[in-house]
Design a protein. Sequence first.
Length: 330
Amino acid sequence: MRKIVYGVLTVLLLLTACGTAKERVVVKEKQLPAWYLKPPASDMHALYGVGEGRDKKEALSNALSSILATLSVSISSQYSAKSVIKEGHINSQDATYVNETQSEVKKIRISNYQIVQSAALGFKKYAVLVKVDRVKFFKSLRQELDQDFTELEIWEQKKKGTVLQKLAFYNRVANKMADLKNRLTVMSVLNDSFDPKPYLQKYETLLSRRDQLLKNITFWVVADYRALAAPIEKGLSEKKFRIKRVNNHSHFTVFIKSSMQQAKSYGFYIVRSEIRLETKDAYGTQIAANILHITGNSSQSFSIAKQDVVKKLNQLVVQKGVAKILNLNI
């Protein structure tokens, strides 16, 4: 009997050994494409960039970023060369400007590109080779600028709207063109014959007209609880509006009416306020309105709880901006 058991165990061990013994599988290393290892060099006709990522979309984004990084190097070299010629060295101001330009260049959008090659690298990685035509890239940047300035010219020819509407329009266009100098720098790198001066002059004219308009606009704040006026006045001043009572078509008045209810709970003094804000033009026409509900608390008195309402109004102006609080497009 014991011999039979030993025999069965021996057979089972042999079968187990055979089942677990597997052939070693050798995975052949994936050959990386030549264009990935040594991508084409950018030249006077095209810019090339290689990028990799978890998917094709991420790889494409990284490839375009690498092209912009190449432009940054070109811009940096260009400004460094100018500094060397001018002063014999690069001072800290030049270096700072170059670094700022490099970081801003990365925000520029490349709309025209061609995916020349793409491949799955394995290990959930994807790579692409992207080509950007220098002429088309330059033309797209120029077209965007021309459209922005054409929109400005058409709007100015209409000569419609209140001073605040005009100011809002100028601010929108100015914000849209905030990176103008960096775009012009890139365009100068892409096209040596490009002259950025006409665009810069138009932009300076835009800023000058906006600043002149802003200089003529005044606000005055009237509040039944005077302390509530301070946060609004501060917010308007930070937007460079003058707080002054005058009588002309560029003057506006903000009226603040508050309703406050007092209550005590668990030893705390509570003030629940409803604050109505109304903005009128010089002719008494309402142009904006808003209602805020703010609760003030204090462990000492109702007077301090009212001060807490003012404090919280100030916080709202800081967080959301005075334009949002007034519901006014400025």
